[in-house]
Design a protein around this ligand. Sequence first.
Ligand code: GUN
Length: 283
Amino acid sequence: MAKLIDGKAIAQEIKDELMQEIASMKERGIEGALAVIQVGSDPASTVYVSNKKKACEALGLRSESCEFPEDVTEEALLKKIHEYNHNPRIDGILVQLPLPSHIDEKKVIDAIEPTKDVDGFHPLNVGALLIGEKGLISCTPAGVIELFKRSGIEIAGKHCVVIGRSNIVGKPMAVLMLRENATVTIAHSKTKNLEQICRNADILIAAVGKPKMIKASYIKEGAVVIDVGIHRLEGKKLCGDVDFDEVEPLVSAITPVPGGVGPMTIAMLMNNVVLAMKEHYGL
Ligand code: GUN
């Protein structure tokens, strides 16, 4: 029987630890705050933003939100970011993506003060990760590393295949696994013999974006499988990039969807806000 990696429980464990840290900082007069910027009213983004604000509240952090209409100018958005950059009462800044096409996403990410970039998307933070320096790390891949550590799954020396090369998940995920001394292969949509490559993986991390694409034929017996995907099927049921029912009998450990990687992202966002606070207050 495969071990089910319980992301919900591990995320709660992390949030409980953070809540204590936040409370003890508050006793010293330090109150942390996250600023969340949303452009437009995409329903999915609204749910994500609301969940982020609720998580702040639950942990004892302040959250401030700024909602712009869909047709906001790039200039107005950048001005708000500059205000938050210089506001000492704000520790973390998050601009919910995606942004409307008339706004240059790169310009927006680059405008965020790197020590407040709790998404870990700024080039300075991405570069710091690559060369092993201190910085804020993208939440989902950082969350996957916590899942391994807190489940007692060894990474060093294992062959890890990451499927996906996005800036938010695939690339930082691969670098983090390398930092943990895995031997890393990055596969993507143009990879030839994907199935064969995946069958060589001791650890398979799927961040493909295609529902149930990873079948039994992609799996080495006894592998650890991490499913970063989340999709809503007809009938509203959620599934991941991995065909869980086919794959689960073959593996030693696997994350479910929902309740695997998903809950870790917000927990690690809260962790980044606490790291940003410590940096700002020299703790
Ligand atoms: N949109 C979807 N995921 C994310 C995320 O992790 N951060 C931000 N800022 N926007 C997103």
